[in-house]
Design a protein around this ligand. Structure first.
Ligand SMILES: [Fe+2]
Length: 417
């Protein structure tokens, strides 16, 4: 028997992992019946309409990793001039039908979460500092009562902070009233990821992980050596939407203004080679997946912000399509990876047609055969050597060697061979 090993403790009493995690659950604590909400009057009437975007708690919505983790974790990262983190979307477990039992759905999500937790436990120089979730945390309507089974329990051994942008399922709403959702959009997401102070969650079922204190559903995470600008792409199955698109959608353009001003703020540090800058959005700006096509309005909005700020991100990370895909975008002399990783455990969905990469569509080239398997991204920004680089690797749930990966030279903006 080993002795009692306490989990990591973060700033302001934050807790992450259980000191002694129980074995993976094999049945849901709360059986998921929310598939029926697709038939509810509110959903059927409003499923093609976007939902309001909650105002951030603070302006600009920005959080520093130093508010979350102490010097025990960040000190070595600063000293090493390198940071690693996890990213993946679509981690929930809810799909139970004649092809998949509840135990099967739970096992799929658990296999990814357990592999990520093992990466953290293993430690070493590239131990991930945090997990940036790419959206669709809880299926099918982001309900609070499923946060235990689909989030807190699967990640109970993950001894690092978890940040998240919402996916369409996290913001989707339903209800018996044709004009009023039963629960406002993103209610459970806000009380688990966007609280004023870290504390116990009413949805954690007694597990120790404290709530995350993101300033909003769209926000920048400033970490040592890397900033991630997370956008909220709203509730449609497609397309992803972050703005009014010239009055077409009834939301404001705050997210474009936020993205533009954040890129402008980060530009000097990026140009000095002091940090990498990534954009994360649940819906992929480019995808060849069968059910989740790329969305030009979203891509145009991001491009507009980048051009006005005079800075392109070093990579764009997305989920939503339940597989792994990697594109390279060629623009303004840069080569930018656009990586889709909706492979977090909910489902694995094959792309349409039989594409033989490389496949180029405009500025985007699909570089490798999509991987239809459960797995996650390990992202590393390494500024320690003469060749400053960003590396993004897809790791399968068995933690085998990466199936695919890409490195960007942060000085030239070109892919490394
Ligand atoms: Fe999604």
């Amino acid at each position: 028997m080993t002795g009692f090993i306490a989990g990591l403790q973060g700033q302001a009493g934050r807790l992450f992992a259980e000191p002694r995690p129980n074995p993976d659950e094999t049945s849901f604590q709360v059986d998921n019946t929310s598939e029926q909400y697709y038939q509810s009057p509110y959903y059927t009437l409003h499923k093609d309409q976007i939902q309001p975007v909650p105002q951030p708690r603070v302006s600009p919505p920005r959080i520093d990793l130093g508010q979350v983790l102490g010097g025990d974790v960040l000190g070595p990262i600063v000293a090493a001039k390198a940071i690693s983190f996890h990213a993946v979307g679509d981690t929930g477990a809810a799909k139970v039908n004649r092809f998949q039992t509840a135990a099967g759905a739970i096992a799929n999500e658990a296999s990814v979460a357990d592999a990520m937790s093992a990466d953290v436990q293993e430690g070493g120089p590239s131990v991930p500092a945090f997990f940036f979730h790419l959206g669709d945390v809880v299926y099918y309507f982001g309900e609070a009562q499923y946060y235990y089974d689909q989030f807190y329990e699967p990640f109970r051994a993950y001894d690092r902070p978890i940040f998240a942008i919402p996916g369409n399922h996290d913001g989707a709403v339903f209800g018996a009233d044709p004009n009023m959702p039963q629960i406002p959009t993103l209610a459970a997401f806000l009380r688990n990821f966007c609280t004023d102070a870290p504390g116990p969650s009413p949805d954690a079922g007694g597990l120790v992980r404290t709530t995350m204190t993101q300033p909003g559903v769209y926000f920048t995470l400033d970490a040592p050596h890397v900033s991630i600008i997370g956008l909220y792409t709203n509730v449609l199955e497609g397309p992803g939407v972050i703005s009014s698109q010239g009055g077409h959608y009834p939301i404001g353009d705050d997210q474009i203004q936020f993205l533009t001003s954040e890129l402008r703020r980060l530009r000097p540090a990026r140009q000095a080679g002091e940090r990498a800058v990534l954009v994360a959005c649940h819906h992929p700006p480019a995808s060849v997946d069968a059910r989740h096509g790329g969305t030009t309005g979203l891509a145009d909005d991001i491009d507009h912000a980048c051009r006005s700020a005079g800075l392109w991100p070093d990579a764009v990370l997305s989920g939503h399509a339940h597989l792994y895909q990697r594109y390279t975008r060629a623009v303004d002399g840069r080569q930018i990876p656009y990586v889709v990783a909706g492979s977090g455990g909910f489902a694995a969905t094959a792309p349409k047609g039989a594409l033989t990469p490389p496949v180029t569509d405009g500025e985007y080239t699909l570089e490798t055969k999509p991987i239809v398997a459960f797995g996650y991204l390990l992202v590393t920004v390494d500024l320690s050597g003469p060749q400053r680089r960003l590396t993004i690797s897809f790791r399968s749930r068995d933690r085998a060697a990466p199936h695919d990966g890409v490195s960007v030279d942060l000085d030239t903006g070109q892919l490394l061979p």
